[in-house]
Write a protein of this length. Structure first.
Lengths: 667, 337, 313
């Protein structure tokens, strides 16, 4: 085919070519425009404090959005992380005491003690601190915050019962606190909750004093008072922030993202999917840094904090970042003050001797190890005709499961192997205890033969025994995990089929019992008490009533559970716990896997002041050396210019080459 | 029933049947004038030939993995396994040709050498990359088996009968096309439960729209041509006209569409893996390997071999398919070249 | 013309209904109310709270009633609230459209301009080695999965060179550019490959037209012919071909937004899929179809405007 265009003369190269921007010019343009600063954090709220000293900001990350800032409603980790510095709780976990965990006064002036009334019913007398105040807010007269009074505590408990609040906590209290369930049912019937009616559980004595009545002993109540769901809330605030239009302005909704708190910080900004910003509240004096509980080898700077007024910083900035890679990059650049070292960053940061690697030690970063009070396991469905009936089979499955290697691969050997259901730090956890059906391949092979499946072969079909395992699949790592588990079971000849589910589908399966094995189940402690773990195997907690996913039903276990659940932690109680441990270890309703633990890399300017994982961050105890951070950031963010030159050179070369080739063809 | 389908012999026969069908189609159209001329033109197209050879290599590799061997316990499962039988599995990551594990916690020595290193579970990356060929081929093949008949049939029907039939078919595919594709894919996969088959069905359901539109347009044009009118006046049945006259005349579009669509499927698989609805556990796939890099890239020392091998393999196939598609288009429609 | 548009709009009603019905069906098969409740208010929530939640969302009503209400809400653009975050979806969409457009629109334009430039140049040097290598380059660009571009540019631009923030977004006037620069570059590269190929085909078709021959015969330089006539006529064809994709730019990009932490609609959708947030997914689907149909109508109108011979009837 003839090609007319071929006769074009290159000498008459048209001028228009010069005006069509080459894609590369966009790249250069943006490089010039943006190359000056790679800090994603917003500028601080203020330059200096009123007294002229430095304004201290901490930068942290959150993996997803909070759900609500309503203390009686929100339950998820991210909401709690934001609410903790904003709402002081009646009691709070002592930041320095973790083994065992201990509470100290928050808004209350002392940790209440149990009293037994004339009717034999227990109660707790509580008194609020005089310093406890709500933040200044336009919902109060003249915008001035008022002191917290006993009525506010009752109001909080009333809100737990209000069907409109949809509080997930009511069920935890209704058994022990009188009148709560009745108040809820009455409101359900009438369609409106009567907040003026008294509540049997909370007796108001005077402005600052109230008594919590119980129907039966419940020592765990102390821990619930350290939970955000019982924190006092101002009725003015809830009624003012109704999310409706007033005089042309839509007010925020208290039930969603408006907080009128009592803590050392207030929320100044929440931009969904971007960040939450907190600012220090002037005049806060409710709590101070503890004076006791310091470790013997505590450094001097930490000791110097004893008794200091809180908070120690002026602003907290949580960036919402969902991907791993950016968190790693931003920490390396000094734009985040700490990061959890996931298994992938682990190799970079931690040496075989469990120390910070030299590369990062040079940067002054420190490593902190945290063991979360949590346990993860694979649930075995006890109502399954195959697994439920065959104890030896369950034992074999447990004994072939190599938790150690699992932890090596997926937790960089940091997470301790779970030998028992109760995690470390919680009374009843025993360091000496060994799971009788922990990993032991020989034993597992023996057990599977005793179970009636020698070599994993089902004698009836002559084929390997098949079991289905359900899992939630979110990313490639989940797939790798279940592939590993599959391999473990294959080592005794059992063929495990993996069924991938959405999170919702998995929950549904667990609720209805439509599974054989369910992988990746775990429980993080709500409060440090063994009851919070054993109730997961209590027969009356089978879903949908509770979270006994395994459908474990053992009369002896139930009896012991009912006996221990409301006991004070005494040696007698620990003895019962030991018995229960023995019992479930033999029955194997779960294949225990690990206790979650991780290292965090901490920047030199933001050393840890506490390691308490019952706290959700402990923002008010954190410190920062802003001058050091500024200097390090400069050091760590040098922008080499040579790549730009190389890029430009390459483009020029391509252009020249293009023109040359062009000429050769047409001249 | 399920035993029947999982039996190695049945699987091989199914695969064989698939290839036979493909060969038969090619052979039967090769008599067609248009195809013969296209072949002459294609033969002169160097890029196209190279692309064809590359695609065939991938096909061969996939076929080696697809053909099953009688299952002995722990032994090789496919022909490819025979070739790769000497490769050991380690505990976890190791760098290409390294002698110890990557994990700094346990610098244990490796059992063997790995040209492209090993992944998180210690599987040899080279082997996984090669095995993933099969996944890509199955995805492409099964999906094509679903959407090509659908798209071609509906396209021809709409273009031939016009009026009501055309309206109904147009409504149907406009509705499907107006749902964001990725959402429809995910919804269907979720509903059917995650497996390779449901992925193929989902991809097929979303994929036929483009083909149907194309075929409809071409059929509309063809029915204006005198040969169709002649066939009609000769009293030939609708079926005859469609299968004898229309189908061979639109077949080249189907082939081009298939080749280009194949590359699209391979790329989509990578996106689906990222969204957590990729291939099931235990199936090697490039998408999964690439997705794994999300966390592997924040390791230090960087784990790059997984990403690089999978991305390179995927790139090779997709590039070859794209080039082949272009070459075919040039061959059939020289004006466009 | 006006009549035609009205007719097209009316025609789109059954399509939208079909879309709504199909997605409603799929998601109802997918998720029981109980599972939805557990997802929305947390798996630790007791049964009582879940039942209350189901009731308050009306999920215990008959399916037909729910469907009618659903259609009514969508038709009046009352998208309701997200199950997971409890936020008003209308507001969420308003806030998310900006960041999304900030990525996709410049990305689209860069792809367009770069594509037109390269394609014209290819036509200028057509059938040469250079022409073929540019095509090969374009095909190669298309053959790399988007994630790989993202990994590469994030690692190089943010981690190694410290030029750009690794992640994040903020409305900060001109400084906003630093957050979107890297995502836009990815977007442009992803678009460039297919754009170049498409535009080259368009311009090649133009170059074979009679008017080009006439212009050349008149003695006009080929540059002028390319730059003036071919570009002008080609652009018309090009706009009619690309205009259909324009409205969907609002929906953002799933992958890019997620990796760079851009709070756009694509990011929203990925999260909603991950958390089975049904109202968000259904509303996004509906919006997506609406925009798609809008694109189709736009295309027809463009055809009519470009070529007066086409009567829209």
């Amino acid at each position: 085919m003839k090609d007319e265009g071929g006769r074009m003369n290159p000498e008459s190269r048209p001028g228009w070519q010069r005006f069509i921007p080459h894609p590369s010019s966009f790249i250069l343009f943006f490089l010039l425009l943006a190359g000056c600063d790679n800090n994603p954090n917003p500028p601080p709220l203020r330059e200096k404090r009123d007294d002229g000293s430095r304004w201290l900001v901490r930068y942290g990350g959150m993996s997803e959005d909070p759900r609500s800032f309503d203390p009686q409603f929100a339950y998820d980790q991210m909401s709690r992380r934001v609410m903790e510095p904003v709402y002081d709780t009646l009691l709070e976990y002592h930041p320095l005491k973790t083994d065992p965990y201990e509470v100290r006064p928050g808004l209350l002036d002392a940790v209440p003690v149990k009293e037994v009334g004339a009717d034999g019913k227990p109660s707790y007398l509580c008194r609020l601190k005089t310093t406890a105040r709500f933040h200044d807010d336009e919902c109060f007269p003249e915008g001035k915050g008022r002191p917290v009074v006993a009525r506010d505590v009752r109001y909080a408990f009333q809100r737990l019962c209000d069907p409109k609040v949809e509080s997930p906590f009511l069920a935890n209290f209704s058994e022990y606190l009188p009148g709560l369930q009745a108040a809820h049912d009455a409101a359900e019937k009438s369609g409106r909750f009567d907040y003026d009616a008294p509540l049997a559980a909370i007796e108001l004595i005077d402005e600052r004093t109230f008594r919590i009545h119980l129907t039966q002993p419940y020592p765990q109540l102390i821990y619930w008072l350290a939970f955000q769901c019982t924190t006092p809330v101002a009725r003015e605030a809830v009624e003012y922030y109704d999310g409706k239009k007033h005089g042309g302005v839509v007010r925020p909704d208290f039930h969603k993202f408006k907080a009128v708190g009592t803590g050392p910080f207030r929320i100044v900004e929440y931009v969904p999917r971007q960040r939450v910003r907190l600012e220090r509240v002037e005049g806060y004096a409710t709590t101070s840094f503890p004076t006791d509980g310091f470790a013997a080898e505590a450094p001097e700077w930490l000791m110097a904090l004893a008794g200091k007024p809180l908070p120690l910083i002026d602003e907290m900035n949580f960036s919402i970042i969902r991907e791993n890679l950016p968190i790693f990059i931003l920490t390396r650049q000094g734009y985040l003050d700490a990061m959890g070292v996931n298994k992938d960053a682990f190799g970079a940061m931690v040496t075989p001797g469990r120390e910070m690697s030299p590369k990062y030690r040079e940067r002054g970063m420190r490593l902190e190890k945290d063991v979360e009070p949590s346990t993860f396991w694979i649930s075995l469905n006890m109502r399954d005709p195959l697994l439920g009936q065959n104890k030896k089979l369950r034992q074999a499955l447990s004994a072939c499961y190599d938790s150690k290697t699992y932890s090596d691969i997926f937790w960089s050997s940091v997470a301790p192997v779970a030998e028992q259901l109760i995690p470390p730090g919680i009374p009843g956890h025993s360091r000496e205890w060994r799971n009788p059906y922990g990993f032991d391949l020989e034993k597992a092979k023996r057990l599977i033969a005793e179970a009636g499946y020698p070599g994993g072969i089902d004698p009836q079909t002559g084929r390997p025994l098949e079991i289905t395992m359900d899992m939630v699949s979110v990313g490639s790592e989940d797939r790798q995990r279940s592939e590993f588990e599959q391999r473990c079971f294959a080592s005794i000849g059992v063929e495990v089929k993996i069924r991938q589910n959405t999170f919702a589908r998995q929950l549904q399966r667990e609720d209805t019992g439509d599974f054989q094995m369910s992988s990746g189940t775990g429980w993080g402690a709500d409060y440090p008490d063994p009851e919070n773990y054993f109730f997961l195997l209590y027969s009356k907690n089978v879903p949908p009533a509770g979270k006994n996913v395994t459908r474990f039903n053992n009369p002896e276990f139930d009896r012991l559970f009912e006996q221990m659940k409301t006991m004070e932690t005494t040696p007698e109680r620990l003895e019962i716990v030991r018995k229960m441990n023995t019992l479930i270890a033999e029955e194997v309703p779960q294949i225990l896997n690990f206790h979650k633990a991780f290292y965090s890399a901490v920047q030199p300017w933001a050393p840890r002041t506490q390691n308490n994982l019952m706290l959700e961050g402990g923002v008010k105890f954190s410190v920062v050396d802003a001058a050091l951070r500024e200097q390090k950031r400069k050091e760590w963010n040098r922008k080499p210019l040579w790549p730009l030159a190389v890029l430009g050179g390459l483009l020029a070369l391509a252009a020249v080459l293009g023109i040359r080739i062009n000429r050769r063809r047409y001249v | 029933m399920s035993v029947f389908f999982t039996h190695w012999l049945t699987q091989n026969l199914l695969v064989l049947a698939g290839f036979a069908l493909l060969a038969w189609t090619l052979w039967s159209v090769s008599h067609h004038e248009r195809w013969r001329r296209a072949w002459l033109r294609f033969r002169a197209d160097r890029t196209g030939l190279v692309a064809l050879v590359v695609v065939c290599l991938y096909l061969l590799l996939g076929a080696l993995e697809v053909v099953r061997l009688p299952a002995g316990k722990g032994g090789p499962q496919s022909v490819l396994d025979l070739f790769l039988s000497g490769i050991t599995t380690e505990k976890t990551y190791s760098a290409p040709l390294a002698t110890t594990l990557l994990s700094s916690a346990q610098p244990e020595p490796l059992k063997g050498r790995h040209l492209l290193g090993t992944d998180a579970l210690g599987k040899d990356v080279l082997r996984e990359t090669l095995k993933a060929c099969k996944t890509a081929l199955i995805l492409g093949g099964l999906t094509a088996a679903i959407y090509i008949p659908l798209g071609t049939l509906f396209g021809i029907l709409a273009g031939y009968f016009r009026r009501r039939v055309d309206d109904a078919i147009q409504y149907f595919y406009t509705t499907l096309a107006s749902i964001p594709e990725i959402l429809l894919l995910i919804a269907i996969i979720f509903v059917l439960g995650q497996s390779l088959t449901s992925m193929c069905i989902a991809l097929g359901v979303t994929g036929w729209v483009g083909l149907c539109r194309l075929i409809r347009g071409e059929t509309l044009r063809q029915t204006e041509r005198p040969y169709v009118a002649a066939a009609r006046s000769l009293g030939q049945s609708h079926w005859n006209i469609i299968s004898r006259h229309l189908l061979p005349n639109v077949m080249h579009l189907v082939v081009i569409n298939f080749v280009l669509g194949f590359s699209g499927i391979v790329l989509t698989e990578a996106v689906l893996s990222y969204l957590g609805v990729g291939t099931p556990v235990g199936t090697a796939s490039w998408g999964n390997m690439i997705d794994g890099a999300r966390s592997e890239l924040s390791r230090d020392p960087l784990v790059w071999w997984n990403l690089v091998s999978a991305a390179t393999a995927l790139f090779g196939l997709v590039l070859a398919l794209n080039l082949l598609g272009d070459a075919l288009r040039r061959a059939f429609d020289p004006k466009q070249g | 013309m006006f009549n035609y548009v009205i007719r097209r709009l009316l025609y789109s009603v059954p399509i939208l209904l079909g879309v709504i019905a199909l997605t409603f069906l799929l998601f109802n098969v997918l998720q029981t109310p109980e599972a939805a409740a557990a997802m929305a208010i947390g798996s630790k929530a007791p049964q009582q709270a879940r039942e209350a939640w189901i009731k308050s969302r009306g999920l215990d009503r008959p399916k037909t009633e729910q469907f009618v209400k659903h259609v009514k809400n969508l038709a009046t653009f009352q998208f309701g609230t997200s199950w997971k975050t409890g936020r008003e979806l209308n507001e969420v969409f308003r806030q998310g459209a900006g960041p999304s457009l900030l990525i996709t629109l410049p990305g689209f334009l860069a792809g367009l301009l770069g594509g037109v430039g390269l394609a014209l140049y290819q036509v200028y040097v057509r059938k040469s080695l250079l022409d073929r290598s540019i095509t090969l380059f374009a095909v190669a660009l298309m053959s790399v999965p988007t994630v790989v571009y993202i990994f590469f540019l994030q690692a190089v631009g943010a981690l190694m060179l410290n030029y750009f923030p690794a992640s994040g977004f903020d409305w900060r006037g001109w400084e906003t550019a630093k957050f979107v620069a890297l995502p836009i570059i990815v977007m442009a590269i992803v678009n460039l490959g297919s754009d170049v190929r498409l535009y080259r085909t368009i311009f090649m078709e133009e170059i074979n037209q009679d008017y080009v021959r006439t212009a050349l015969a008149k003695g006009l330089s080929s540059g002028v012919v390319l730059g003036k006539h071919v570009l002008k006529n080609g652009l018309i064809a090009l706009i009619t071909l690309t205009v259909a994709t324009l409205p969907r730019l609002i929906m953002g990009s799933l992958l890019i937004e997620n990796f760079f932490g851009i709070p756009g609609l694509g990011n929203l959708l990925v999260m909603a899929i991950g958390t089975s947030d049904q109202p968000v997914v259904l509303a996004c689907t509906y919006l997506g179809s609406l925009l798609y149909i809008g694109g189709l109508i736009l295309t027809d109108v463009c055809y009519a405007l470009a070529d007066p011979r086409i009567r829209l009837s």
